[in-house]
Design a protein around this ligand. Structure first.
Ligand code: NAD
Length: 231
């Protein structure tokens, strides 16, 4: 099957599984960071308000875990496809690997490890270094990692953008997500309700598999390139 020529507008909805072959550490389950570290003192707004330096240091450590990770053939297939048609990525990942692969149209539902924001003056700062260039804003306040922490809500503008892209696509491909983190997990339903052909790619069956028109089980880095052949 070659999907490259059959659809005009494609949304890839990605989760941690697409980055597994790039060796990005998982968050939950065995060996995941939340088994070792306490999110309540390191990854929520209350923790940041109480001790911004400690939270920033922890996020510098999280950046160091991902800093040397490289996009894999699944990320690369998506960015290559973007050169020939309307391709959008709606990702739950914060690792920046879609952009590293060259994708330009990326909606980051949960923010990015590589961005900081100042909640006082509103500045957004991109910082791709392993260590933060600065932990303080030019206005003098602490910068906050621009990621969705535990107990945070998703940015409404970002969610609305994802909603509208998914509503209007004609091919929707979910890759490497268990569908257990809400409200992101509700987004595929928009594709099921619309005109899109829906494909799921995962290592194993998920609770949502029966809703898809087609399912592929296996490694994203092997299966995705086989679905899109470029001339
Ligand atoms: P998840 O960990 O709940 O599920 C990952 C899914 O990917 C599983 O269903 C698994 O079977 C599948 N998978 C694993 N390896 C795969 C591979 N090589 N090919 C295809 N599928 C594979 O992840 P989730 O649904 O994204 O939810 C986790 C939450 O944690 C998200 O909110 C995300 O923001 C965050 N997270 C992000 C990263 C990252 O930025 N890379 C990593 C871990 C977790």
């Amino acid at each position: 099957m070659n999907y490259a020529n059959q659809f005009d507008s494609i949304v890839f909805f990605t989760g941690a599984g697409i980055s597994a072959e790039s060796n990005v550490p998982t968050y939950r389950g065995k060996g995941g960071i939340w088994e070792k570290y306490d999110w309540q003192s390191l990854a929520c707004q209350r923790a940041f308000d109480q001790n911004p330096e400690r939270v920033l240091e922890f996020h510098e450590f999280r950046r160091s875990l991902v800093y040397n990770c490289k996009p894999n053939p699944a990320h690369n297939t998506i960015s290559q496809l973007e050169q020939t048609k309307a391709v959008f990525v709606v990702t739950q990942n914060i690792d920046g690997l879609h952009q590293k692969a060259g994708s330009g149209n990326v909606v980051e539902l949960h923010g990015s490890l590589w961005r900081l924001r100042c909640d006082y003056c509103g500045r957004q700062i991109e910082d791709l270094n392993r260590k933060y260039r600065s932990k303080k804003c030019a206005c003098g306040q602490w910068l906050r990692p621009a990621i969705t922490w535990f107990e945070d809500s998703l940015e409404s503008g970002v969610f609305a953008q994802a909603h509208s892209l998914i509503e209007s696509c004609d091919l929707f491909i979910s890759i490497g997500t268990s569908g257990s983190v809400w409200p992101a997990a509700g987004l595929p339903q928009i594709a099921f309700d619309g005109k899109a052909h829906c494909i799921e790619l995962n290592l194993e069956k998920t609770e949502y598999s029966p809703m898809y028109n087609e399912t592929y089980f296996g490694l994203a880095g092997t299966i995705l390139p086989s679905l899109f052949q470029f001339k």
